[in-house]
Write a protein that binds this ligand. Structure first.
Ligand code: BDP
Length: 593
């Protein structure tokens, strides 16, 4: 799905800012047709932002069900004759959209965009009312899953993942135009033969018959380096300048659709990084060179705005990662805002893209909710969940396939992976992911108790992503035992699979300002020592090709006995102050560059 852009044939307007906002506490808004008129109450909410932390009101913070957003839009008169599209970059977790009295879109899945074609609904020059209802409910059939527990005080949302269920319009909302006959999608895959870079492209059109496609590839200085005609083809660039980690060199593909006349009917420009990704034995190769991942699992999370995208936080987070010498991160546990991936593309930061399939695991779920259940069953994670999971994979790949920064698809975080049902659940999903994108390795992050002796799905995947908590959830306070057990397990993996290993999570909750001469759990010293212990082990095990600490920064979670004002495994606090471990990391990672 193409990101809206201004081009010579397209115009794009942001609908960000304050919207009217109402929490549907009684759950009557749909039956009462709230979209027909001004929303009740006087509340306003910013877009993009989570709504949960905006008001000092538990009924808003812990609301389960619908909230409503509304604003007026004015469609410029000059848009007469054009195709007019409303695009929501995300609505967490599902939404319906109306323009005036007409329903124009419905979407499920809180971290991928969706659109509504408003061409026949709006009138250029007129003002219209846009209403969006956003439902934050998680069920056994949603991704991520959860369930609602009825209580005397109203419904309570339970879920099996360790981050707060922030909701709302977390990302930008756009109104944009295309011509009636338009470029509907562009796909690029890049490869190398010697020093020649090849961009295989596909340009798709919709809304009309025929038309010729012309594409021109330009380098970063705007100099044309290749051109081609036709909906699919290849562009060859001799002595190509590659997209490399640490140096996000981008070409631009200018695609034009010609139907009549002297001018292109539609044009669209896509940044393209020429690079290759491959797994060979236990090596991970970018541009045929071994790559070692240093960095973090992160969250889109911050004070007040929750999961709302914020350019200032984004730039700051990237700057802090650079300060540490981190070269990569995982979009744990959902696809991040497209701005983040575009920034990573431009700056040569390597990304593991992940779906929101987190919590498909009874062992984790029972720890977090106290409810005992079977992961895969007719009443829990079932074929309808699997369909939703498949759509989450499809939508992530459709959105992110052209980003050079994205080098691995992680299709789930810590699912159950030790039972025959987990294998039959994942087999078709892996096949689909490979069909959708044969150019990137497919992986999942493996839960700590799914050790190599009991795991039954890792052979389906290209690379091992392991989340391990020796020294924390196991061997707490005993780093010597943790070191032995970690190394023994990693060696067992290497005996079973000839695949590269990235440690995608390891860490310790750490309270900023808590110190001890004896490095005890929760002190800053313990976190630094634990990380150093893991690093010693990684340096001894050849198949380890990456280290992503959990987590970049402290983040909000549901209440829990193990959580003090959220998860404190950050190397930075939630407001991005460094804990002591930051300096030790900086020393290590800056050497890796
Ligand atoms: C892992 C999860 C991550 C948690 C982390 C933790 O992947 O989301 O936050 O553990 O417990 O199980 O800190």
């Amino acid at each position: 799905m193409l990101r809206p852009r201004d081009t010579p044939t397209r115009e794009c307007t942001s609908l960000n800012g304050l919207w009217r906002f109402a929490v549907d506490t009684a759950g009557t808004g749909r039956a009462d047709g709230w979209w027909h008129r001004t929303l009740p109450g006087r509340r306003e909410a910013p877009v993009p932002a989570s709504y949960n932390d905006l008001f000092p009101d538990a009924a808003v913070h812990d609301h389960v069900g619908d909230v409503w957003y509304q604003r007026a839009i004015r469609v410029p008169r000059r848009w007469e004759g054009l195709r007019i599209v409303l695009r929501l970059d995300s609505a967490t977790h599902r939404a319906m959209v109306w323009v005036d009295d007409t329903e124009v879109a419905a979407h499920e899945g809180g971290y991928t965009p969706f659109e509504a074609d408003l061409t026949d609904v709006v009138e250029p020059g007129a003002e219209h009312r846009v209403t969006v209802v956003v439902d934050n409910t998680l069920s056994w059939q949603s991704i991520p899953p959860g369930y609602v527990e009825p209580t005397p005080d109203g419904p309570h949302q339970r879920y099996f993942h360790d981050f707060f269920n922030y909701a709302g319009l977390h990302r930008s909302v756009w109104l944009y135009t295309t011509p009636r006959t338009y470029i509907s999608d562009v796909t690029v895959v890049t490869r190398l033969t010697g020093s020649t870079g090849i961009v295989d492209y596909r340009v798709e059109a919709a809304g009309g018959e025929g038309g010729d496609v012309r594409v021109v590839l330009r380098d970063a200085d705007g100099v044309e380096v290749a051109r081609a005609t036709g909906g699919t083809g290849e562009l060859a660039v001799e002595d190509v300048r590659l997209w490399r980690p640490g140096e996000g060199y981008l070409h631009h593909l200018h695609a034009e659709l010609w139907t009549t006349g002297e001018e292109p009917t539609d044009s669209y420009t896509l940044p393209v990084g020429v690079r290759t990704v491959a797994v060979e034995g236990n090596r991970f190769l970018i541009n045929a060179e071994p790559f070692y991942f240093t960095g973090f699992g992160k969250h889109e999370d911050g004070p007040v705005r929750g999961k709302g995208h914020d350019d200032a936080f984004m730039v700051h987070d990237f700057a802090l990662m650079e300060w540490l010498g981190a070269n990569s991160f995982r979009t744990s546990h959902y696809p991040y805002a497209e701005e983040v991936l575009e920034y990573a593309d431009r700056h040569g930061i390597v990304v593991i893209g992940e779906t929101a399939a987190v919590g498909l695991n009874a062992e984790v779920g029972t720890t977090l909710t106290g409810t005992v259940f079977t992961t895969f069953s007719e009443n829990t994670v079932n074929t309808a969940t699997q369909q939703a999971h498949l759509r989450a994979i499809q939508e992530m790949i459709a959105r992110d396939k052209n980003h050079p920064s994205v080098v691995i698809w992680s299709i789930a975080n810590e699912p159950e992976s030790t039972t025959p049902s987990s294998r039959s659940y994942f087999e078709p999903l892996v096949d689909q992911a490979r069909q959708l994108d044969p150019s990137r390795p497919v992986a999942f992050t493996n839960f700590m108790s799914a050790t190599p002796d009991v795991d039954v799905i890792s052979d389906l995947f290209d690379i091992l992503l392991l989340n391990r908590y020796y020294g924390w959830y196991k061997n707490l306070g005993d780093l010597a035992a943790a070191e032995r057990n970690l190394e023994a397990e990693l060696r067992a993996w290497t005996r079973k699979h000839d695949k590269p290993i990235i440690m995608t999570e390891y860490g310790a909750d750490t309270l900023m300002g808590l110190h001890g001469v004896m490095p005890a759990p929760w002190t800053e010293e313990y976190q630094a020592d634990l990380l150093a212990m893991y690093h010693r082990v990684f340096d001894r095990v050849e198949a380890v090709v990456g280290e992503h600490i959990w987590s970049f920064a402290d983040f909000a979670t549901a209440p829990g006995l193990l959580r003090v004002d959220g998860n404190k495994k950050g190397v930075f606090t939630r407001d991005r102050r460094p804990k002591s471990s930051a300096w030790r990391l900086r020393e290590r990672w800056r050497k890796h560059r």
